[in-house]
Write a protein that binds this ligand. Structure first.
Ligand SMILES: Nc1ncnc2c1ncn2[C@@H]1O[C@H](COP(=O)(O)OP(=O)(O)OP(=O)(O)O)[C@@H](O)[C@H]1O
Ligand SMILES: [Mg+2]
Length: 313
């Protein structure tokens, strides 16, 4: 378990910019971050010269399949692992050099829960607040993650999803300026997942920058200002979900028509072509159109297009 002693100021809320990624101040700058596990002939590169910048107040999602290098990146960014090469600047400080100072200002929920199982939820949060030297309203935090009435119970009795929500609450104890969440909704039911997503939006509205790892494309799409696709340790695309879809995705009109013999036939018209208007006009004039739906590529489609593999597995 990683804990550190600090005296952390509670940060005043900062104004948030929905176009956070355009803001001049970068909360995170990663330059050529590289990490490999093992040594000698058994060395394997998990993260391979990864570079990106995350703007202040941005929700930045790191999207990739199992083993892509997401957690290894988070561990380097948060000072758990020292990069083999490259560096990460957080809030203007090199995490490898000023680890303690930076850790005072960030909150992290790792993918593996590391809570004190024999203590209650309230005790876990209070302990963390003490370590940070801050006064946190632990009951309000538990309410936020839907554990308001379970605070006195031992964590050992919590379900996986409850522990995960407690991890998120713990990451918020010091009112962090950067919140790192490694697969925060993995294995959670839809209601719990949505409550975590609300917390993420709330943290951002309060001025925090959020670095989120996930292989849930819908989550990344709905939440993120920008998304980085990571595959086999390398960033293969990085942009807003909208621009990624514009660049790689195909927008379609899916049409059902009733043909002369009363059967339903499916037709597709690709949008964004010079003759799309003509095609739609022709269809409406000459066919019996039953339904029309527009469809756009998902981040999963785009990921497959770029890497040849899916986001799951
Ligand atoms: N402690 C370790 N020792 C050796 N290899 C490791 C270790 N941790 C991770 N790896 C390897 O590094 C690569 C990247 O792993 P990482 O945990 O960063 O992936 P991830 O994208 O977080 O995957 P997941 O979606 O499954 O959490 C994988 O090949 C993994 O097997
Ligand atoms: Mg991981």
């Amino acid at each position: 378990m990683w804990i550190w002693a600090c005296r952390c100021p509670i940060h005043a809320a900062q104004s948030s910019d929905p176009r956070g990624y355009l803001m001049a101040n970068h909360s995170i700058i990663a330059q050529g971050l590289t990490y490999s596990y093992g040594n000698g002939s058994a060395v394997s590169t998990a993260v391979d010269h990864v570079s990106f910048e995350v703007g202040e107040g941005e929700i930045f999602s790191y999207l990739g399949p199992n083993g892509a290098g997401k957690s290894t990146t988070v561990k380097m960014l948060t000072g758990q692992l020292r990069p083999k090469s490259g560096k990460a600047m957080l809030l203007g400080k090199d995490i490898a050099r000023e680890t303690n100072k930076v850790q005072q200002e960030i909150g992290v929920a790792f993918e593996t829960t590391n809570l004190y199982e024999q203590m209650s939820a309230v005790e876990n949060l209070k302990l963390f607040a003490d370590l940070f030297g801050v006064k946190a309203d632990v009951h309000a935090l538990l309410e936020k993650v839907g554990l308001g009435n379970r605070g006195k119970e031992r964590v050992a009795n919590f379900s996986k999803g409850m522990k995960q929500r407690l991890m998120v609450a713990r990451a918020l104890v010091n009112n962090p300026r950067i919140l790192f969440l490694d697969e925060p909704t993995e294995g959670l039911d839809p209601v719990s997942s949505e409550s975590i997503r609300s917390l993420i939006r709330e943290a951002r509205a309060g001025g925090a920058t959020v670095f989120l790892t996930t292989h849930d494309m819908y989550e990344a799409d709905r939440l993120s200002d920008r998304v980085a696709f990571i595959n086999q340790g390398k960033i293969v695309a990085l942009d807003t979900p909208y621009k990624l879809k514009q660049q790689y995705g195909k927008r379609l009109l899916k049409v059902e028509i009733e043909n002369g013999s009363g059967q339903i036939e499916a037709r597709e018209i690709t949008l964004d072509h010079s003759d799309t208007g003509e095609q739609v006009k022709h269809l409406l004039e000459s066919e019996k159109v039953i339904t029309v739906h527009s469809e756009e590529a998902t981040l999963e489609d785009i990921f497959i297009q770029i890497t040849g593999r899916g986001l799951v597995g």
